[in-house]
Design a protein around this ligand. Structure first.
Ligand code: CP3
Length: 371
């Protein structure tokens, strides 16, 4: 496995992002203001996003570096969030490895076929993701970091907003591959891990290295933190997670462990998995790390399960559409409960719903910064 160390011009090495509230909170400190960003902050809630996406498919927009950089910057300009999240998708590395995948609007990732048998998996693992194929990713990240640096000097900010790189965790990617499309219970994936554990292992080792290479490209090009999305891990029992999934997630993160960037590990419905998800970060050697908590587990309860660990979360996305006083009380409650952790990054318990009024998101940012 290739490892990453940051060069001296990286924004985390040259000091541009090291004093940013996001980086400090992920290091377990309490910066002057509580950092806040939103999963899916770039996207359909923004009119400027809908405008630049006209006539361009989702995956094509991810692979046009100037467009991906522009979309990544839009929510930072508008909401003044404390992090940019790279505009891409967890299935982009599959496409770059030559796997037939599309993102169907309103549905999600759909594969050219389900990958369920040993022969299907053989065909997949014969396709490595090369560094050359990742060039559009490195280019988009570098353009984004330049844009963030310019934005900071235009605003007279003391630090540059950090860019978070991300990847899909091996289980969540494998769930799409085995099912062939989005599913609720991931039955076929869970069947495969028990029916043919050897094939399952080869599959998740491959998705781990795919995401690892995707993360490495983003970190080497200028991302100051990473987030591993295991959105569907909540469908697993703790025993299955530990035996069949955690090792592959550790393997994915090891690709960037040497770089010293902070890492966030997020899933939904994972209240029963939080300590195991934390162990993945530790086993991978991610020295500075946080666990993302969805809206189902109050942060003070999560903090009791994860003593000494910074947390990210967990405003309920449903409340973004509630009257402001209801949302305000909820955000205040989230921030108060978050004090139980050594560091807290405010976020949603899952992504921004497409129909969200963007002015509400800006108001949440202002509220969190004022507390
Ligand atoms: O702003 C950001 O968060 C950065 C970009 C980002 C996207 N996808 C863009 C996107 C990130 C971090 C992701 C991760 C992702 N993609 C996950 C993990 C996070 C989660 O939501 O649980 C998952 C499971 C996927 C797979 C995926 N891609 C789904 C389920 C969908 C939604 C399908 C739909 O149309 O509702 C996508 C498409 C997608 N990825 C969109 C965006 C902005 C919507 C596409 C569009 O605008 O046309």
């Amino acid at each position: 496995m290739k490892s990453t160390t940051l060069d001296t011009a990286h924004p985390l090495s040259d000091g541009r992002t090291s004093a940013a509230p996001l980086v400090q909170a992920l290091r377990g400190e309490r910066p002057g203001r509580t950092p806040v960003w939103f999963m899916r902050q770039a996207g359909r809630s923004l009119p400027e996003y809908l405008e630049v996406r006209q006539g361009v498919t989702m995956l094509d927009s991810c692979l046009r570096p100037p467009l991906a950089a522009e979309i990544t910057l839009q929510p930072v300009r508008r909401h003044r969030v404390d992090a940019a999240i790279f505009f891409s998708d967890i299935v982009v590395p599959l496409r770059l490895a030559g796997v037939g995948v599309d993102i169907v609007p309103g549905v999600g990732p759909v594969m050219d076929q389900p990958y369920r048998t040993a022969a299907d998996v053989d065909r997949l693992v014969s396709r490595p993701l090369t560094d050359e194929a990742l060039e559009p990713i490195r280019e988009a990240v570098a353009l984004t970091v330049t844009g963030l640096t310019e934005l900071a000097s235009a605003n007279g900010d003391e630090w540059v907003t950090p860019l978070i790189g991300f990847g899909g965790a091996p289980f969540t990617l494998a769930a799409y591959l085995v099912e062939g499309r989005p599913s609720r219970d991931h039955l076929a994936a869970r069947t495969l891990m028990h029916a043919d554990p050897e094939t399952w292992q080869r599959l998740v080792d491959w998705t781990a290295d795919l995401t690892g290479a995707f993360l490495r490209a983003q970190v080497s090009a200028g991302a100051s933190a990473v987030q591993l999305f295991d959105s569907w891990a909540g469908s697993l029992s703790l025993a299955d997670y530990t035996a069949h999934v955690a090792g592959a997630s550790t393997r994915a993160l090891r690709h960037v462990a040497g770089a010293g960037v902070p890492a966030i590990h997020f899933g939904t419905g994972t209240g029963h998995l939080l300590p195991a998800m934390r162990s993945v970060l530790v086993d991978a050697g991610m020295t500075d790390h946080a666990v993302g908590v969805d809206y189902r587990t109050p942060l003070d309860e999560a903090a009791a399960l994860l003593p000494g660990v910074p947390l990210q979360g967990n405003v309920d996305p449903a409340l973004l559409a509630a009257p402001w006083p209801v949302l305000e009380a909820h955000v205040r409650d989230v921030v108060r409960r978050g004090l139980a952790a050594p560091g807290h990054v405010v976020n949603l318990g899952h992504g921004v719903p497409p129909e969200t009024d963007p002015t509400v998101l800006t108001r949440v940012v202002e509220l969190v910064h004022s507390l």
